[in-house]
Design a protein around this ligand. Sequence first.
Ligand code: AMP
Length: 252
Amino acid sequence: MSTSSSANLLTGKLLFPFIAPPNGGKGTQTQILSQRYNLPTFDMGASFRAIMKEGKDPVLKAELESYMNNGKLVPIETVVKVFKTNFEDLASQHPTSRGFILDGFPRNKEQADALSQLCTEWQAKLAKVIYLHVGMDVVKQRATGRRFCSKNARHVYNVNDTKLAPKVKKLEQNREIWFCDIDGAELIIRPDDESETVEKRLQEYKKETDPLIEYFKGTQQLVEINGEQDPSLVTQAIEAEIQPLLGLSPTS
Ligand code: AMP
């Protein structure tokens, strides 16, 4: 789509970036809030996984794989290119929404600067940055139990947490196999949830994202929320921040 039409589409839209460590509950919260407030979500990691799955661009696919499977951040040029194209597409599909959730972008200061420039170009507003604070021990414990539905990656479970565990499991040759509550498909572990990669992703998060959090604290745009509490309380805390900005009540 052309830049001028996307600029029109995004004029006055509110953007809500979410920051959290890997397994910090970002996916769960963005899914709930997106539905309740009609805020479509742009998910950077999911965009990259879709590109890799499609496999239309083998060079890009190989580049993404080499970073993601090593828990490293994808270089800025690729991130901004994919973000701009895919986000403008998303905006064109939802012309009447008040705003958008950004899941996983920006992840460092360089990306925040790029987003700020794009907001100026689009005349969109970075409304609030939602930061879910979760301690590293909790994150590691969650990571080892995380499972995704093989049919729909937005169906996420945690087999280490009774509240988030799926209902059905089978034991086959001493291996536990879990199934999705929604569509019955087998659950899988994402390659970047393997323990070695999780460790690298956490190190990368501390290195890149800690300074970003400090930066947004300085601009007064950051809202820090305790991400270790019950997921419904996390949702309530985020709602208290975004509802006044949207001037809306939840749709469900
Ligand atoms: P996520 O699905 O958010 O856990 O992201 C999975 C992986 O995608 C990360 O570990 C990075 O390798 C890559 N990725 C996602 N978002 C970004 C970003 N904003 N910048 C660079 N790499 C990213």
